[in-house]
Every structure is written in C-alpha cells, then in structure tokens.
Design a protein around this ligand. Structure first.
Ligand code: HSE
Length: 298
C-alpha cells in the first residue's frame, strides 16, 4: 500500500509577551510516514514512552477518522524526529499535525486546511504552535469560543534565531500549572503594550526595540523559576550582543534573536555554557516559511 510522508517544522511559541497567541515556524523538522496495513497498529521511532493507542500521532489520526467516517484496517507510523521533545519547540504540535494531515490524506483529503487547523488546535488546546507549524512563518492567532482567527505576519529580514536547549525536559502541563490564575490590570496593559511594540518592531525592522518588547508578565517570570540559571543566561545573551531573548513555548529552551551578520554569538554562548559546566545544545535556526507539507505523494 502507498506511503504518505508528512514533514512538519518545529515552532517557537509565546515569543515574549505573546502567551498562547503568537509563534513562528523554524527550519528543524520531524518527518512522519503513514501506511494503511491489513491490521493492527505499528509505530516505529516513537517519540513517546506510551502505549501505541495513546500515542499522540495515532490518537490525532483517530479524531480525523471519526470525524470523516473512514476506518482503516490497520496503520503503520514511522517517525524520524529532529525536534527535541518537551523542550518548548513544538514537538507535540508536530505529532498532532502530522496525525491530522496524514489521516486526512489517507481518507481521501475530505478536510480543508482550515478544518485541519481547527481539529489540530482543539487537540492541542491552544493555536500558537499549531498555526505556524501548519502555515509556516510568523503567525498570530486568537481563540474566540469555537472560532479561531489567525494571520501570517511578514517580519523584516536580518534576524537569526539561536535555540539554547537544556538537557532536561519541562512538560507543558507542569509549566502551565505554575502560572497565576489572575494578574493585575496594570500587568495586562504592560503585556498588551509590549506585544504591540514587538509586532511593530519585527514588521519594520526596529530590532533595537526587541529587548523591551520581549519582556513579559504572563509566563516567563513563573516558568523562569523552573529553570536553574535562567536569569543569568538571559543577562548573558544580552551581554553577548543578542537583540532579544525569550523563553520558547513552555520552555525550557531559551531563544536568542541575533543579527544575521553576528557570527560570534554562537561560539561565545557555547563557551559560556561550557564554562559553567552545562552541556546544553545550541542550534542556529531560520524561519520556515512553508509550514507542514506532504512530501511524497503515493
Ligand atoms: N502557549 C503554550 C504554553 C505553548 O506556553 O503553555 C506550549 O504548548
């Protein structure tokens, strides 16, 4: 039987003050292959230590099959993963999207791109990773009851993104548990102002505004506490000339935005991490503009 191959980019959500509402796709990919087989469920290269039926890719496929009324006899899933798990780089969103896109294709493509977006967002619970991973680029999104709005934003050229990836995981569930239920009106105004400043600065290339624009009162101060040395590392990336820094998604990855022509930053941040005995991974990334793709047609 024919194989359906789906390639999904990593994504970095929240981006400073944009908690649950903005994200961008990055050029790091998970590749998923799907095949309808005679019976059973086979998962090769699993990203999760879970029983096959509870696997996020498979459970996302089942949601689509139930919705469209297609019932395959058996499924084989192969995963070639490059996106690190539970690090704030959209590994879960990639699994959900791949499952939804793969199942839709298997069922003869009855769903539109908008329906794929809606189902995947319902499974994830928030759209800020799903939207960029599906559509590519930098995407803002809003959930209003049943409706989800999104808009792709052109951001000025001239930036590179350096992901500083800790050697430990942080589950989104735990990272959401530490968030406050209520914040003050003044803090809300501050976040709205910073988000407006951030979007405008990224749009017209005022990269000098990124540092104040990327501060946040909704999640970073609380989640930063879960990451030893977070504040010192944020200070360090600015010392080394970064234009901006923020906690990627639910963390623990810290993302530095640097000038395209800054060739020294990576070496220096690696040397710093070594000097404090942290064997964390550092990846230089660019924005992915394509989003999720079916790469091999049967
Ligand atoms: N916006 C989400 C959060 C991203 O910060 O919890 C992680 O799934």
């Amino acid at each position: 039987m024919s194989v359906i191959k789906v390639k999904v980019p990593a994504s970095s959500a929240n981006i400073g003050p944009g908690f649950d509402s903005i994200g961008m796709a990055l050029n790091l990919y998970n590749i998923f292959s799907f095949e309808e087989i005679d019976r059973g469920l086979e998962i090769i290269g699993s990203l999760e230590d879970k029983k096959a039926k509870d696997h996020l890719v498979y459970s996302s496929m089942v949601k689509v099959f139930e919705r469209v009324g297609y019932f395959p006899k058996g499924i084989k899933i192969k995963i070639e993963a490059s996106i690190p798990i539970s690090r704030g780089l959209g590994s879960s969103a990639s699994c959900i999207l791949a499952g939804v896109i793969g199942a839709n294709k298997m069922a003869g493509s009855p769903l539109t791109q908008e329906e794929i977006f809606k189902i995947a967002t319902e499974i994830e619970g928030h759209p800020d990773n799903i939207a960029p991973a599906l559509f590519g680029g930098f995407v803002s999104s809003l959930m209003e009851g049943e409706k989800i709005y999104y808009n792709k934003i052109d951001i000025s050229k001239g930036l590179k993104f350096i992901a500083i990836i800790p050697d430990f995981t942080l589950s989104t569930r735990r990272a959401r548990e530490v968030l406050p239920r209520v914040i003050s009106h003044r803090e809300a105004v501050e976040n709205v102002s910073r988000l407006a400043l951030l979007i405008s600065a990224l749009s017209n290339g005022r990269f000098d505004l990124l540092r104040p624009a990327l501060k946040d009162k909704l999640h970073q101060p609380y989640r930063g506490e879960l990451i030893e040395g977070f504040t010192a590392l944020m200070d360090k990336i600015y010392d080394l000339g970064a234009l901006g820094g923020y906690l990627s998604g639910a963390g623990p990855t810290i993302m530095a935005m640097i000038k395209e022509e800054d060739f020294g930053f990576i070496k220096e941040i690696k040397a710093y991490l070594e000097s404090i005995s942290l064997g964390w991974d550092v990846k230089e990334l660019e924005m992915d503009l394509e989003g999720a793709q079916i790469v091999e047609k049967p």
